[in-house]
Design a binder for this molecule. Structure first.
Ligand code: UTP
Length: 477
């Protein structure tokens, strides 16, 4: 059955009630198809939600509600400190591998972000990143998953969240690359929802005379999107119980980590997280805290400086656990969140959004943030979990994010971290790595997941590694 076109007069009334009638500034000059497109866009938005968010987080930015007590959240250290913990990790590893072998774990990447800081054309996952072969981020994940598939002897389902803005390009890329060797029935794509970006006065921005400036609704939108797209139901059909959640920007990410999955499962946790010790008190990452006893991520701007800088007797930061947006979620926990309408709080994210100047219609490309994006964050689901564990990641081995063009968290820094990690793995296996006088590796090394997922794999395959020459490059697969 064809749906009838939206009633333009009613839409105008709705916009007037929401204080957004400027959206139709250019309506009379639009061709019929453009008018219909704009009407359809307007009809797809929940304007009472937009109005509420404009009032509560754009015009009157919500002041942070200070909890009564704020304590550091406990976590499992990466290296077990005693025999008991060592034994626990051994059991966790075994449990994690068992779940993978039973097909009860899916990998899930959130790739719906706009990557404005990096500004790369096309979906961020298509960015070539590896130091020798220039493999794109998506290929890094596919190869990692394939390496685990060959270890556990079965296919692993991989869900990819896109946004309406990059969905078609993402699917076309994977299709063209033949799913990087994964089966087309095991890679599932679905888009998240969008919300309009608004200026600091709460007015919705126009991207063109016939289109709103729409932005994805934050990585927290992944939970609703998992539900709405039918992915949760698909997971249930496939017998998937645990969802291994990660971001698109880190080529070294352990998309599947049996110890982490096992610790989470053995604790019967709903949602668990990986952390990294913060480099300094002011580092711009969220901090895992117990706020009135509830596990919460406090954004860096909301953690009082006195607490951010507080030290333990041994000199380490007391609030040290930085969030790196790696989680394992039970499928039935996400299903349960649906009963509450996936009601995560919205945050204001101040960003640069290209938009039309009104009433001139000139297209502006702002040099400074000019807009508020309305986003929910995945970590806001943590206080809703009945149980949670936090596990420390290994900064050198698994963390090389790419967020911006230059400096920290750039493609260059990510490649340097990758080569440094690979050099350390080779040296730990007894392979000689040429180094420059300042200690930086004097060769470019890329290790494919098919060759090694852990340093131990390099040790076992040491005999396959040819000698490295200064200034050279090597690719191990
Ligand atoms: P970021 O916070 O780095 O945001 O996303 P971004 O939109 O990609 O980049 P900037 O801030 O505009 O430069 C962290 C992860 O969350 C995903 C991103 O794709 C990335 O994997 N994400 C973010 C979504 O999937 N949807 C969103 O709405 C926002």
């Amino acid at each position: 059955m064809m749906s009838s076109p939206p009633d333009h007069a009613r839409l105008r009334e709705q916009l007037a009630a929401a204080g957004q009638e400027h959206i139709y500034t250019f309506y009379n000059s639009l061709a019929t198809a453009e008018r219909d497109r704009l009407d359809a866009q307007v009809a797809s938005i929940d304007w009472s939600l937009v109005q509420e968010l404009v009032e509560t987080i754009v015009k009157r930015p919500r002041s942070c509600v200070r909890p009564g007590t704020l304590e550091p959240a406990p976590y499992f250290p990466h290296h077990p400190a005693d025999r008991e913990t060592e034994e626990k990790y051994r059991l966790a590893h075994r449990r994690g591998e068992e779940l993978l072998r039973q097909g009860k774990v899916a990998a899930f990447v959130v790739a719906g972000g706009q990557g404005t800081r990096l500004g790369c054309p096309g979906p961020k996952g298509t960015l070539p990143v590896t130091p020798v072969r220039s493999k794109p981020l998506f290929q890094c994940f596919a190869e990692f998953i394939r390496a685990w598939e060959s270890r556990c002897g079965r296919a692993i389902a991989f869900y990819i969240m896109t946004s309406p803005a990059n969905h078609a390009a993402t699917v076309a890329f994977w299709t063209q690359q033949r799913y990087f060797g994964l089966g087309d029935d095991q890679v599932m794509f679905f888009p998240q929802a969008m919300l309009p970006a608004v200026d600091f006065a709460g007015k919705v921005l126009l991207e063109s005379p016939a289109s709103l400036a729409l932005c994805p609704n934050g990585h927290g939108g992944s939970l609703l999107a998992l539900h709405k797209s039918g992915s949760l139901a698909d997971m249930a059909r496939r017998g998937i119980e645990q969802i291994s959640y990660f971001q698109v920007d880190n080529p070294l990410v352990r998309c599947l980590d049996p110890v982490f999955i096992g610790l989470h499962d053995l604790a019967a946790a709903d949602m668990s997280s990986k952390m990294l010790p913060k480099a300094c008190g002011k580092e711009k990452v969220g901090t895992f805290c117990l706020a009135d006893g509830k596990l919460t991520v406090i954004e860096y701007s909301d953690l009082p400086e006195a607490l951010a800088e507080q030290r333990c007797p041994d000199g380490t930061l007391r609030f040290s656990a930085g969030s790196i947006a790696l989680h394992v979620l039970r499928r039935d926990f996400v299903e349960r969140l649906g009963a509450g309408g996936f009601a995560l709080p919205y945050h204001r994210a101040e960003k640069k959004v290209s938009c039309l100047d009104l009433p001139s219609g000139r297209l502006l490309h702002p040099a400074q943030p000019n807009a508020v994006k309305l986003e929910t964050f995945i970590f806001d689901a943590l206080p809703l979990a009945r149980r949670s564990i936090i596990y420390e990641a290994d900064r050198q081995d698994e963390f090389a994010p790419i967020k911006q063009l230059e400096g920290v968290d750039s493609l260059r820094s990510s490649q340097e971290i990758t080569v440094a990690r690979n050099a350390a793995w080779l040296e730990a296996a007894g392979v000689k790595v040429p180094r420059q006088p300042d200690g930086v590796p004097d060769c470019v090394i890329e290790i494919a997941p098919s060759f090694a997922l852990y340093p131990e794999d390099v040790r076992r395959r040491k005999h396959q590694i040819p000698p490295l020459s200064p200034g050279g490059s090597i690719y191990l697969a």
